[in-house]
Write a protein that binds this ligand. Structure first.
Ligand code: SAM
Length: 247
């Protein structure tokens, strides 16, 4: 498009991202399903299985889901635990949080999921407050990723786990070409069609392109001080789950 997102200065990035999610909040869940062909559900379920939250009331076990948007990960973790654990969804965007609050209310989970506004780069929580930190399709939107990773480590308890689900580099021949064609053409068009504005989606597609590959991102997580860092690819690397521990 003529929008020139690639030339956007880093300092303006957060404002653009905020604008994107204010615009799409109401239709975010629908767009997710359309653009990933429902696959985001499979990847999120796999992430939550990998986390394996405790299924009996371990006193005070707490999840922090950052860039948690409408609460997809928090909801899954609380349900998977048989409502044994509590979760906090933190997102910079009030519009996304409000959709999440309404959803949690309808699902009868308001007592177990707290929604609080905050920036991944400066989390409004005390040191060592959480047993697990998750971030799904959020970290690539954050302007200063190393800072966000250090914050993740700060708010985790010792023995706490870090899990990050993000679009990544496709490592399967042919699939990579098909995926590129799909994302660069179809995604902005779908965005245009559903929300009346394709430019925000153009930005999202470009942000996926620019995000470091699996190995480089694993290095960044290690640099933030996490240990036993690894990753697994989903759907040939369209998405990857990175994980690490705070000891
Ligand atoms: N985790 C949810 C999911 O998987 O459905 C939402 C992901 S959505 C693609 C990205 C979210 O990141 C948006 O809700 C956006 O408001 C949030 N976000 C962007 N920049 C942020 C920041 N600096 N701190 C916290 N959240 C941020």
């Amino acid at each position: 498009t003529s929008f020139g997102f690639t030339k956007v200065a880093e300092g303006r990035k957060q404002a653009l991202v905020d604008d994107v999610f204010h615009k799409v909040a109401e239709r975010y869940d629908l767009m997710n399903d359309m653009m990933s062909g429902g696959f985001h559900r499979v990847w999120k379920d796999a992430m939550v299985s990998f986390l394996a939250p405790p299924k009996s009331a371990v006193s005070g076990w707490r999840l922090l889901d950052v860039a948690g948007g409408t609460g997809d990960i928090a909801t899954r973790v609380v349900e998977r635990s048989g409502k044994a654990v509590k979760a906090t969804v933190c997102d910079i965007n009030e519009s996304m949080l409000q959709v999440g609050r309404d959803r949690a209310e309808k699902a009868g989970l308001s007592d177990l999921i707290t929604f609080s506004q905050g920036n991944a780069e400066e989390l409004p929580f005390a040191d060592k407050s959480f047993d697990a930190y998750t971030i799904a399709f959020g970290i690539r939107n954050v302007p200063d990723i190393p800072k966000a990773l250090r914050e993740a480590r700060r708010v985790l308890k010792r023995g706490g786990r870090f899990l990050c689900l993000e679009f990544s580099d496709v490592d399967v021949p042919v699939l990579d070409k098909v995926y590129d064609a799909f994302s660069f053409n179809a995604i902005p068009k779908m965005g245009q069609w559903v929300t009346g504005d394709g430019d925000p989606y153009q930005y999202l597609v470009e942000s996926i392109r620019k995000f470091p590959n699996q190995e480089r991102f694993a290095d960044m997580i290690r640099e933030a001080g996490f240990e036993r860092v690894g990753f697994r690819n989903y759907s040939g690397g369209i998405a990857a789950l990175h994980h690490g521990w705070k000891f």
